[in-house]
Design a protein around this ligand. Sequence first.
Ligand code: BDP
Length: 686
Amino acid sequence: HPAWLPPEAFRSLGARRVLLHGEGLLVDTVLDEVSRACARYGGLVWHSPSWDVDVDLVLALRDAAELPNPSVEAARAAGEAALVELGDGETLGDEGFVLARAGDVTVVLADAPAGLLYGLFHVVRLCAAAFDPARPPEWHRPALRRRMLNHWDNVAVHPVMGQVERGYAGGSIFWRDGRSRGDLDRVREYARLLASCGVNAISVNNVNVARTEALLLTERLGDVAEIADVLRRYGIRVHLSVSFAAPVLLGGLSTADPLDENVRVWWAATTRRVYERIPDFGGYLVKADSEGQPGPFTYGRDHADGANLLAEALAPHGGVVHWRAFVYNHHQDWRDRSTDRARAAYDHFAPLDGRFRTNVVVQVKFGPVDFQTREPISPVLAAMPATRLAVELQVTQEYTGQQRHVCHLGPWWSEVLSFAPWGPGGRTIADVVTGEAGAGGGMVAVANVGDDPFWTGHPLAQANLYTFGRLAWDPRRDPTAILDEWITLTFPPSATADAELVRRTLHEIMDDSWRTYERYTAPLGVGFMVNPGDHYGPGVDGYEYTRWGTYHFADRDGVGVDRSRASGTGFTGQYPPYWAQVYESPESCPDELLLFFHHVPYGHVLHSGSTVIQHIYDTHFAGVEEVTAMRRRWQRLNGMIDPSVYERVAERLEEQVRCATEWRDQINTYFFRKSGVPDERGRDIY
Ligand code: BDP
């Protein structure tokens, strides 16, 4: 299964003499990794030897016993000194490590085994640079404690959604026919990939919990425990999506009311049994009162009551509940312009700030609507300073090309994370999720992996998974630098490849691919315009007269959703004053979000100087040209990389060109027919 971390990525490490010092499950994992690399490339590895050995790399726990080995002790002392110098009073924590040079030796020191594992993967990423005598010391520690993926995997195939809801990479790697697949090798490989980019938590079943999935909490807990045993070896904890109605569904109670004593007792007992089987179980993930899932509203309770019920059951065991803020009315009347789906999460959750227990993390989609290619940042993230908030991203490309299109999402996520909701120069979303502003709750993303031979359908979509992990480790990192790491790890130099050409070509194709995707799809932040149901390809009026609350309001005069306070839904008022004001008027609203916030005439002049209608035409023509260039560039790599990867990407680029052309033509024609305004440049619009 081609992925980053092929054996060749370990070439530099595998040729060394390595000493590993410490005990524990994750230390054994490190030993296993290093041994395999050394067996392949001729290096040697010692685990806590009692005699003196000559080494190039030391990976050691700081509190491991002293060794009768002067060069190792010297390396350890150098690592300690570097730590004092760099650490500035900070500690390495459970997952951090320091990397330093001592004479001819590179040393990685950590306080806990997970730190050694992350340190090992860091050495792999650095390749030969890890052994550069001039390399200054460095230390690393994740900015976020929990870096989590949510799998929307159904245990059995769902009649409409298939096995993996919004999955574009085949079936589940965990489940088949209502049971665990039993193929734990694949899960182990996956865990390894995730650990190498820093992910340390996964929920293994869909947030839409049908009865078969609900059973994982009780009858089928053994299946979950098996998966947990594998993930644990790579420092990953397992979490479960649970049904709020579980006491009724599974426990035979007549109610799931969060304030009912029997319900509380049921959750406490059920949760205790989970921890008996899985002592390091992470916790629950809940989608409640949303798109048909049960929730506290049924009993006249609010979402703090609901979340606190589960949090109370988890607290004695150190577990957390991730409670999703994706709550809205999906039976809206499209004729009623006074309601606005964008307002829903804030309206439901902001008033509850301060009422959630400390082991509740409110998990907020990055935008107010639903994972669109472009949306403003959810105002909920700035409205709940006393609540632990996690931002939820979507690695699976539901609205961004479904892993048939190249769409590298790193730059988009970085924009989300660096957004300053209280105004430029102020605290950012990265600060909110790390806890530097507010209570801090982490980063979560919907996974994009399945049992496809390339893991993610489109081999280049693996970069999104890798990038998510690395941004969750450090939300302030440059996404292009992360992409560069992924390229180097995935396509290490080989006899047949010009590594530099491969690298350059992939950057040319991927760096700007999210913006390219934006150019040929729904314009200026208006969103949707996708085919209803499967959400793939253009569906210009697909959602316009439906109950889902996602409209563009295009008519003969103009397009866009008026969300201003002055004349619209008032959504702009959910932002802190700076952005409330910027978004309020079409004059100050950024171009890329104009149609999200305003209904404007087609002749409205953007900050770019173009009119809305001409912008639509220009970007749609440009988008298709860019995709055609991607396809041409990819052809350069024929013969240089794994032929199966080459072919798969080539085939998907064909589809991307086809689909982008369809988008261009339908969007351009739609707006031409609505507006009657011809393209200034006289290109073909039908
Ligand atoms: C929407 C998806 C739907 C998910 C929902 C969610 O279309 O399949 O169940 O998000 O986040 O985008 O729960």
